[in-house]
Write a protein of this length. Structure first.
Length: 556
């Protein structure tokens, strides 16, 4: 049955949202968890996640348009399904229809309204309390709680929009929590080092002297009876009223955090999307005038900005090396699952992880060792063997797009862009920063990028955009003396293959009856059998071996 998708309320002050970008179009099939659109609010830019499976039947607003809270944005359902009646009912005024059953229920059961009135009378009035509760945002898909690494403000401090309140440690990185409210920090509910579940209260900001204790009591009261309301009121009415706000929320509040940065009195206030676009376009964000609340810079300000001379966006990682913004456009094609691929998929338990198989190949690294030595005499940054392997993998993926694909249930997504995840070991586990458009980078640029991301990973300074979107992963344990191993595909990454790389080992080989010393490296490709067959995976490894055994091909 078709379902309407409405604009959710993503913050307490939000009255409308702007469609920063649609990630789907009419006719696309979507799964639960797919990102439908990027929504820019008065406070941040967030991803809107689909909680339904089906086909996009209708999109009612275009990119850049503002949409009021609860207004229809799109319709999802079965392909070819008639959805016009949903739009007609909404336009004719569905709210009045919702009130009629309420009156009937009250007329038939006179005792229930009096019970409801008593509940309302007992509710704590917070309308005159000028303060806002700050909760623990969800900063990644896998995050269940965050640890307050350090408070950067104390009770009584004056807070301005854009100030950093605290350092929050997640399962992937340490980030700073940005304030979107102005006022005085009235209350801190968690100490340094304490963990807080997602959506848990961590602080209150408001006018000096505001009764925050009553606000906290009201919040506790409001949350406690929610589970009982469906029993007292008509379930259908409750469901219809809550659906746009609670069943289809955007992804937590991840966009409300930014990577650690120097804080100063002259700090520019800008939405995360505006910051990212400014960086990508090489725009000095301090030169942009903001049109959002309190002068906040938003996406449209960046789109309309015409700089006199826009510098190249760059982040220094060494005295003579810079990391340039990646150049390229993400794109993909979607293919229907063939009967053969369906048969392969049916042969495995759908409740288990992806059906994996492994292919191991030896690569002669003699010429790669010599080429690396020569390149490092000229390169402004030291090129590692891992950099060469990532570059060779990126080039090979361009020639074997099925290895750069992912299983999507009823279709396979084949990516034209190459984003390679690089496994980095940290004390608490493993992080996967992503080298974007790796196939377009020169080796020296790629080396600078891997060193920059690797350093951020070890220092817990990665931003969400730094670990999202990989289409392939390289995991290298050669530096630990490991000869050979196999890696597991991370299903959340929507990729079909991961490459495990062992160390380069000097060994003895035989040619024409003569023994000689040579350097061998073993690699193992783990493949999702629903997408990649043995021959496809083997062909990819043959290309990879050719590029590393003749490394001049990486330079052309």
């Amino acid at each position: 049955m078709a379902e309407v998708i409405r604009m959710p309320k993503m913050s307490d002050t939000m009255e409308e949202g702007v469609i920063a970008n649609w990630n789907v179009k009419v006719g696309d099939k979507v799964d639960s968890g797919d990102i439908l659109a990027e929504i820019e609010t008065d406070k941040a830019t967030m991803d809107m996640e689909s909680y339904e499976e089906g086909t996009i039947l209708y999109i009612g607003v275009g990119k850049g348009e503002a949409v009021p809270i609860n207004a229809i944005m799109a319709v999802i359902g079965e392909e070819g399904e008639d959805f016009q009646s949903l739009l007609d009912n909404d336009a004719s005024g569905d709210d009045s229809a919702k009130e009629e059953p309420k009156e009937e229920v009250e007329a038939k059961t006179p005792e229930k309204p009096s019970t409801k009135t008593e509940v309302e009378t007992d509710e704590i009035d917070t309308s005159n309390i000028e303060a806002t509760i700050i909760r623990m945002p969800k900063m990644s898909d896998t995050m269940d709680e965050g640890v307050i690494h350090a408070w950067l403000k104390k009770v009584g401090d004056k807070i301005e929009a854009g100030d950093m309140l605290a350092e929050v440690e997640t399962d992937k990185a340490t980030m700073e929590l940005e304030a979107y409210e102005e006022g005085t920090l009235l209350y801190i509910g968690v100490k340094d080092g304490a963990s807080v579940p997602v959506d848990g209260i961590i602080a209150v900001v408001g006018t000096k002297g505001a009764d925050f204790e009553t606000l906290l009591k009201a919040d506790e009261q409001k949350r406690a009876p929610k589970a009982e309301k469906p029993k007292e009121e008509t379930p259908k009415q409750e469901k219809a009223a809550d659906k746009p706000k609670e069943q289809k929320p955007a992804k937590g509040a991840a966009p409300q955090v930014v990577a650690p940065a120097a804080n100063s009195n002259g700090r520019v206030i800008a939405s995360p999307l505006a910051k990212r676009l400014a960086e990508e376009k090489g725009i000095d964000i301090q030169a942009v005038s903001g049109s959002g609340p309190s002068g906040r810079i938003v996406k449209t300000d960046i789109d309309n900005f015409i700089p006199a001379a826009a510098p190249q966006a760059a982040t220094p990682v060494a005295s003579n090396v810079t990391v340039t913004a990646p150049v390229g456009e993400e794109s993909f094609t979607e293919m229907k699952v063939s009967q053969m691929r369906k048969a392969i998929s049916r042969g495995f338990n759908p409740e288990l992880p992806a059906p994996e198989f492994f292919i191991t190949m030896e690569i002669n690294m003699d010429k790669a060792i010599s080429a690396r030595k020569t390149m490092n005499e000229m390169s402004p940054v030291k090129i590692s063997f891992n950099d060469m392997i990532i570059k060779a993998s990126a080039v090979a993926l361009s020639k074997h797009p099925m290895v750069n694909s992912s299983w999507r249930g009823d279709h396979i997504r084949q990516n034209q862009h190459v984003h390679i995840g690089m496994a980095v070991a940290v004390e608490e586990g493993l992080l996967m920063p992503v080298i974007r458009f790796a196939n377009t980078l020169q080796l020296s640029q790629l080396a600078a990028t891997t060193k920059d991301l690797g350093g951020k990973a070890k220092n817990k300074q990665l931003q969400p955009k730094d670990w999202e979107g990989n289409t392939f992963t390289v995991s290298n344990l050669g530096m630990f003396g490991v000869d050979q191993f196999t890696s597991i595909i991370n299903n959340r990454n929507n990729e079909s293959c991961i490459l495990a790389v062992g160390g380069i080992k000097e060994t003895v080989a035989v040619k024409d009856g003569n023994f000689y010393a040579t350097n061998i490296m073993k690699v193992t490709l783990t493949c999702d059998h629903r997408v990649v067959d043995g021959a496809t995976g083997a062909a990819f490894l043959v290309t990879l071996r050719e590029l590393l055994e003749e490394p001049y091909k990486l330079l052309v």
